[in-house]
Every structure is written in C-alpha cells, then in structure tokens.
Design a protein around this ligand. Structure first.
Ligand code: ADP
Length: 679
C-alpha cells in the first residue's frame, strides 16, 4: 500500500466524501481467528444442519422399522401361542382317550366314536389309529373325511412313529414325533400309550396332523395376508409354509421355538412389507438437494464477499495512493462542490495560503485567501466556473496569505465526476508563480540592459561620424561668432546684420543640440512605454543618425512613406533602435559594392490594417545556409560585430506584438517589420 512520503500517521486529514472517502479503519490483528471463523462458520453450520437432518431421517426410518418389528414379534408370539395351544389341546384330548384305554377295556365302537370326535376337533388332524406292537396293521384306523380314505398312517415313515413310541413308553405320556414330509405334505405324529393288549403286547394311539392345515387353521387370515409363516424342524429345514400373500421380503422377520411335548418346532414369520424407504429416500434426497443449494448459495455469497473485499482493498489502496499523491504534490489542489463549497484541499494548498486544511474545508465564497480589491473578479470567476463555463485555459490571479502578503497564482479548473459520471464539483490545481514572475522580471531587466548596451555599441560605432556631424555646426557657429566679433570690432555693423549672424549661429547651435539630444535620448535607459507613434516622425528622427552612417560610407538613402499611414503604438526609442540596426546592417552589407550600387531604400506602407516598414539594400545578400541563423544571438560575420543586433530587434518587435523578417532578393536583401494597428 503506498504511503504518503514524509507524512506518516496523518489520519486526521479532513476529506469530503465527495472528493476522497476516508479509509476504513483496518481491522485489529487479533481478529484473524474471528475472520477465519466468520468465513467458515456458515459452512460448518450448513454441514451440521445437513448431518442433523440426515440423522433425523435415519432415526425416523429406524424407528419405523423398530415399530414394525415389535408388532411382528407380538404377532408371532400370538401365532406361536395359538399353534402351541392347539397342539397341546390335541395332545390332552388323545391323552384322555389313552388313559381310559389304559385303565379299562373299551369297546371298539366306543373307541372309534371317541377317535372320530377327536378328529373333528380340528382340521389339522388327518387320522387317529390304535396300533399294537408286533401287528403290521393297526387295530383301529379312523381317518378324517377330507383325506378321502387315504391310508395316512402308512405314509408316515415308521422311524418317526417308533422313536415317538419309545419316548412315550419311557415317559408314559403322549408325545409328538419329529416333523416329517409325506406325499400329502408336512406332518406330525402324536403317540399316546394305550396300555397292553390281551397278549401283553404294547398298544399305542397314533394321531397324524398336517402342519399345512394347522397353519391354515390357526394363523389369522389378516396376519397371513401380510406375512409368510414357516414351520421348520430344529435343523431349520422348512417343513410347512403358508404364504398366501407371497414370499416374505426378509426385512421384518422373527422366529420363535414352538415347544410341544416331545419335540421342538421353529416358527418363522417374514413380512411381505418392504422397508419404508421411499419416504426416507425422498427426505434424504430433499435434504441432499437442499444442502447442495445451501452450499451453492453459500459459495456464491462467499465468492461475492471475496470479490467485494478485494474491490474494497483495491479502493482503499487507490484512496491511499491518491492521498499520498495529493499530500506529496507541490502544487495546490482544491475541490469544490456544485455550490462552491470547498470539499478538499491538499497540504500544499494549505501551506500556500497559510491556513490549516480544517479552516479551509467547508468554506463557501468569499474565501479567506481572496484579496479584498479583487472580490468582484473572483466572484465573477466562481460563478462562471460553477455555471459550467470554465475553460481549460489557465486563469491568472493574485491570492492573499493569512498574514496579508500577496502572491500570484495560476489556476486550472477541471470538472469532478462521481462514479456514475455525474459532475459533483470542480477540481482545481493552483500554482504559486511568484518565482516565475520574479524570473520574468529579471529577464526583462536583462533584456533592457542588453538593449541599452546594444544602443551604446551602435553609438560607439557612430562616434566618429557623430564628431564629424557636430563639427560642422560647431565650426559654423565659430565662424558666425568670429564674423560677428570682427564686425563689432570694426564698429560699422548694423544691428540687423549682427542679429542675422547671431540667429544663424543660434540655428547651428540648435542643430548641434538636437543631435546631442537625439543621441542622449537614444542611449538613455528608459522603461519601455507605449504611445502612438507617427511613422513619418519616427523615420525623420532616425534620419539624422542614418545619414551620419550613410555619408561616411557613400550610400544614398531614399525614404518613401505612404500617405495617411495610421500611427503605430509602441516605444519610439526602441522602434528607432530597430530601424537604425536594420539600416546600419544594410549599409554594412554594401561596403564592398561599387559606389553606384550603394543605395538604401526605406519604405513604409499599409499591409492590411498593419503597418509595414522595409529596409532594402543592394549589398552582399544573405547566404541561404545562414538564413536560419541571422536572428540567433551572437551570430555575426563581421570582425567587430557582436551578433546581438537582429536578436534584440526581433525581441523588441515581438514585444510590440509585431513580426520581423527578411526576404532574400537577387541583388540584395530586404528586412521588414510589421506592426499591428494601435488600440
Ligand atoms: P552584427 O551586425 O553585430 O553582426 P546582427 O545581429 O545585426 O549582428 O547581424 C547578424 C549577421 O546577419 C550579420 O553579421 C550579417 O552577416 C547578417 N546580416 C544582417 N543584415 C544583413 C544584410 N542587410 N545583408 C547581408 N547580411 C546581413
């Protein structure tokens, strides 16, 4: 970040919001952790929210499963109890018949009748028989009507019956055998000891049950509609199954032992219901989609904030950079709003006018740095600037410091735009031109001294001619006076004669005095002045001095002036200096020419509204290669020349807003000066 040179810690600078916004205070360094947290907090919270919602969805699905399972367990227990109760009941009923057989003889018809009653107790009972050990056929075999006369007992594997009989004999009570599979389905035998036969052989009552029928009979229809019910032996081999609603899905299952006297069966239930997944899945999908959107919007927000932070940083840098620029600038900067109120000043401007920035910002016209005598001028300028008529051209005026001293300034105004391109005020740069003015003044004085020196040189060159010129009137005066004295001494002089001689002497003395005065005026250092100057008078005044030189070099001089020329405005002495310089150069240029060619023509004529004065010679001319240099200072081709003449002439003419130039002619040169019409 750029820092103002030599102005550290100047944060108290007052800056208007329209001009430069104050920089935001930089966050304390200890907040790094906080910043990091601020960045990541939404992400963490979003993650937690997602986790918690998923957990809840899972929990509800697990809960639902648990509830379904609990229901299944209860139902299964209920089914188990019904089955067990039925079988035990069957066992008890047969046991009753067995015990009656064991305690006394019973007529076969009575036994058959009781067995038929036994069979009618439940649809699961297929047959009931009385068998005697050693006899191949049963003593009595009663079958349920539904089996259609099939010999059920014969279909039961003998081993199952024998094993059950043995156990029954041992325990002397009714016992079930292992479940078996026969042609008609899965079955179960119940054997009850029935005492001994007349031969002493062991008699046993054998009942055969169908497990499928047992399930059909005892499992409630509603339960069977939604569950597969299976009965298997202890080795988990499926013996009977009721699956009216199809195979179970294996999601909700339960198994319990079905204990009946003599054997253990396994009862398994398996719900056809699938898991309640679609709700969970929809919920989970919803949560995931929401989480995705949440993260996406967080990311977008995050990216946007990052962009903004970056832009803010850039802006802060820019502001600091601009402040440093304003602070380090040596020229004064001042911003004003559309009402003319000062909204910003830089230190250079405050220093310039000797007031603090605080004292300046917020001020409205009239400003403390306006000089009282120029109030109207300032006011008019402010109004012009604020009405949008300010030009890009610099404006020169004088400001006043707090201590009352004045100093010249140059002001440049430019419109101040806000971010939308709307003008919110004006920015001005103010340059203190005191030094420039001083330098200008020094240069002017220098130039003046140079001009004087050049005039002195011209005079120095003319000195001998001047002596000659003065000699003539002085000689004439001497002769007139000597003549007058002689006449007086002779005593025969009339008053008129003497007066005439003295008048001539006086005229000569005046002529000499005029020459001296012209020389004196010419060399005297004067402030340049601007007055209307008649061209004829100007040329007449020069004439005496031109003739001095011309006579010495045998040059003829011709002067032509257009009638009714308007006067030119300027300093007559300086203009004379120019003309004398040009005529002297012309005469010098003809020094090597045959005497008949030595002719100098001076002419003055209108050029539009301007006046053009030309000095034409028939001399050596100016070589083309030197044409560029003749106006350069110190350029001369003469052994005793200074080379300053034309350079000074040009600056004099430019001082008069005129132009000085020359034309190269076939037989000489024409120098001309053009002067604008006077105001
Ligand atoms: P200086 O007369 O001291 O040399 P000036 O600046 O007056 O200085 O003139 C510079 C030079 O320009 C002269 O030395 C001369 O070579 C040339 N010059 C000026 N006027 C004429 C003229 N009318 N004809 C030919 N050359 C000229």
């Amino acid at each position: 970040m750029p820092v103002a040179d030599g102005a550290p810690g100047r944060d108290d600078r007052r800056v208007s919001t329209a001009a430069l916004p104050p920089p935001a205070a930089s966050p304390p360094s200890g907040s790094r952790l906080w910043r990091l947290m601020r960045w990541w907090m939404p992400v963490v919270i979003g993650g937690l929210l997602l986790g918690a919602t998923s957990f809840l969805v899972n929990l509800s699905s697990v809960q639902e499963r648990g509830e379904a399972n609990d229901q299944l367990v209860t139902d299964t227990q209920w089914v188990r109890q019904s089955l067990q109760f039925q079988l035990e009941h069957d066992a008890e009923a047969l046991e009753l018949i067995g015990s009656d057989l064991r305690t006394g003889a019973m007529a076969p018809a009575a036994l058959e009748a009781r067995l038929r009653v036994f069979l009618r107790r439940g649809r699961e009972s297929l047959s009931a028989s009385l068998v005697e050990a050693g006899q191949a056929a049963p003593l009595l075999d009663v079958r349920d009507a539904s089996v259609g006369g099939q010999d059920i007992l014969a279909t039961v594997p003998a081993v199952f019956i024998e094993a059950a009989m043995e156990r029954a004999a041992r325990q002397s009570e009714g016992t079930f055998g292992q479940p078996f599979t026969a042609t008609w389905g899965a079955g179960l035998v119940l054997v009850v000891p029935a005492g001994l036969g007349p031969t002493g052989a062991r008699r046993t009552l054998v009942a055969v049950f169908s497990l499928e029928r047992l399930l059909e009979e005892m499992v409630p229809w509603t339960f069977a509609q939604s569950h597969e019910v299976i009965v298997s032996d202890v080795t988990n081999t499926v013996k009977a199954r009721r699956a009216s609603a199809g195979a179970g899905r294996g999601i909700y299952t339960h198994q319990v032992a079905l204990d009946v006297p003599g054997t253990t069966l396994i009862l398994r239930t398996n719900s056809v219901k699938g898991p309640p997944d679609w709700i969970a899945n929809v919920l989970r999908g919803g949560v995931i989609a929401l989480a995705f959107f949440l993260f996406w919007s967080l990311y977008a927000l995050w990216a946007d904030v990052r962009r903004r932070v970056k832009a803010e940083n850039r802006l802060r840098d820019e502001v600091a950079f601009r402040r440093a620029m304003g602070d380090s600038a040596v020229i004064g900067l001042r911003a004003r709003d559309m009402e003319g109120r000062v909204t910003f000043v830089n230190p250079a401007f405050a220093r310039m006018v000797g007031l603090s920035e605080e004292a300046l910002v917020g001020r409205t016209p009239p400003m403390p740095y306006w000089t009282p005598e120029r109030l109207d001028e300032y006011q008019e300028r402010v109004e012009r600037v604020l009405s949008g008529q300010a030009s890009a051209a610099p404006f020169e005026t004088v400001f006043q410091r707090a201590d009352g001293t004045r100093f010249p300034v140059v002001i440049y105004d430019a419109p101040l735009m806000d971010a939308d391109g709307k003008q919110v005020g004006w920015m001005s740069s103010i340059i203190d031109v005191t030094e420039e003015k001083k330098a200008e003044e020094r240069e002017r004085q220098q130039q003046e001294r140079l001009q004087t020196a050049a005039r002195l040189t011209t005079m120095g060159e003319m000195a001998s001619s001047l002596a000659h010129e003065l000699n003539q009137p002085l000689g004439a005066i001497t002769s007139y006076l000597t003549g007058s004295i002689n006449l007086l001494e002779k005593g025969d002089v009339s008053k008129e004669e003497l007066a005439a001689a003295l008048a001539k002497a006086s005229a000569q003395a005046q002529r000499a005095g005029q020459v001296i005065r012209r020389v004196h005026e010419f060399v005297r250092k004067q402030e340049p002045k601007r007055v209307p100057v008649e061209v004829t008078a100007l040329l007449d005044d020069c004439r005496a001095l031109i003739d001095l030189q011309a006579r010495r070099d045998g040059v003829r001089v011709a002067v032509t002036v257009e009638p009714d020329l308007p006067p030119v405005y300027g300093d007559p002495v300086l203009l004379e200096q120019v003309i004398l310089n040009l005529t002297r150069n012309g005469i010098d240029a003809m020094a090597g020419c045959p005497p008949e060619r030595r002719r100098l023509e001076i002419s003055a004529a209108r050029l539009g509204a301007w006046v053009r004065i030309a000095v034409r010679d028939y001399g050596s001319g100016i070589d083309e290669s030197l044409a560029e240099q003749v106006f350069s200072p110190f350029f001369t081709t003469k052994s005793e020349g200074m080379g300053m003449g034309l350079s000074i002439c040009r600056s004099i003419i430019e001082l008069h807003d005129g132009r000085l130039g020359f034309r190269r002619l076939a037989d000489g040169t024409e120098f001309h000066l053009q002067l604008p019409p006077g105001q």
